[in-house]
Design a protein around this ligand. Structure first.
Ligand code: ATP
Ligand code: MG
Length: 336
């Protein structure tokens, strides 16, 4: 789509010429109650045809309507320009908990999956938080995060419109008074998803595949279990989020199908970081950062031997999963 197109040009285009690629323009006006019946008419002509009384009924003046439209277009096109603005993330070391320099310079490129391992309390979640916050030597670790090898514009921290980072945090609870469906519809609409209802159905279906006991669109968010909430957020992030960076803090503890969850999240060309205590997830990544005493201790590339071991681990894991399934459904585990 031509990104340099301007408002006047659109207003002077005929309805018929906008119908396909620019249907969102017509949608914008019909959301205000202005409908178009004549294909050869331009938007400008249609807007001028409406009487002051009709504008009164719509609850907006022509002037205000045009001002809002201008803003709407600006957001729409700037959003598209920044569709996937992040090619790389670079982590410049700060210091560990004892104040010793990290000496780290870690480069993560688009399409890479990096796991983060280390003992409890060592600083894995902190590293994810530094990236989410685009730390500029202003967090407890003193790290600096570069985006595309440059210091990022700090206003991005607060930009909801162009959220660069999708964070699946370790602890999450819904406090919103809404049903699953209401929440997802709202989210889909804020992302300009065309067919929100069918997208919402897909997300619920996916979430139920990850979690155990299933829930529906009518389930209130507040009555979801921990694992169900997490499954919902994972499916939501996988299907709706356009953020080029995905940060995952421990998918293993929620009792959901963690391998499936990871596969779901990893589909697109993104930069993925995942804090984990799980050897299978750790080895599924092509590299892993080892954290110790709050500092980046080393970066290991997953070797061929490790990838082979991963196959064995997965066989073992399948056995454990089977036992877990039995346990969950109340069977006895007398032999393994
Ligand atoms: N370099 C550092 N300097 C100072 N404080 C740090 C540093 N790194 C981490 N911390 C602090 O240490 C505490 C534990 O870190 P964090 O929560 O990241 O651990 P974790 O590895 O995620 O643990 P878990 O596996 O239990 O989730 C946090 O309060 C964090 O802010
Ligand atoms: Mg943590």
């Amino acid at each position: 789509m031509d990104k340099n197109i301007n408002t006047a040009e659109i207003l002077l285009s005929t309805v018929g010429s906008l119908e396909n690629e620019f249907a969102f323009v017509l949608q914008y006006f019909s959301d205000f109650g202005i409908h178009f019946n004549e294909k050869l008419q331009s938007i400008d002509q249609r807007l001028n045809e409406l009487t002051p009384d009709e504008y009164d009924d719509l609850g907006i003046s022509q002037e205000q309507l045009l001002q809002n439209f201008e803003q709407f277009l600006q957001q729409k096109f700037s959003g598209q320009k920044e569709d996937n603005p992040i090619q790389s993330i670079r982590i410049l070391g700060g210091h560990n908990k004892s104040g010793e320099a990290e000496n780290a310079d870690i480069y993560l490129s688009k399409g890479s999956i990096t796991s983060i391992v280390g003992p409890t309390g060592s600083g894995k979640s902190r590293l994810l938080a530094d990236i989410e916050w685009m730390a500029q030597n202003d967090t407890p670790t003193g790290r600096t995060i570069l985006i595309n090898d440059e210091l990022p514009d700090i206003s991005l921290r607060f930009s909801l419109e162009h959220k660069l980072v999708a964070q699946l945090s370790q602890n999450m609870n819904f406090v919103m008074d809404a049903s699953v469906q209401e929440f997802l519809i709202m989210h889909a609409e804020s992302r300009n998803v065309k067919n929100a209802t069918s997208m919402v159905d897909k997300i619920i279906l996916q979430a139920n595949e990850l979690a155990g006991e299933s829930f529906t669109g009518e389930t209130p968010l507040t009555s979801l279990s921990g694992g169900q909430s997490r499954a919902l957020m994972i499916a939501d992030t996988a299907l709706l989020s356009t953020s080029p960076v995905v940060l995952i803090d421990e998918i293993e503890n929620a009792g959901i199908d963690r391998k499936k969850a990871l596969q779901l999240l990893v589909r697109n060309e993104k930069i993925i970081l995942m804090a984990t205590h799980d050897p299978i997830l750790a080895l599924m990544a092509e590299q892993r950062l080892v954290i110790k005493n709050g500092g980046i201790h080393k970066l290991l590339i997953t070797s061929k031997a490790e990838k082979n071991n991963l196959k064995q681990l997965e066989t073992l894991d399948a056995q454990i999963m089977e036992l877990r399934q039995k346990l969950r459904s109340g069977e006895e585990i007398n032999s393994t």
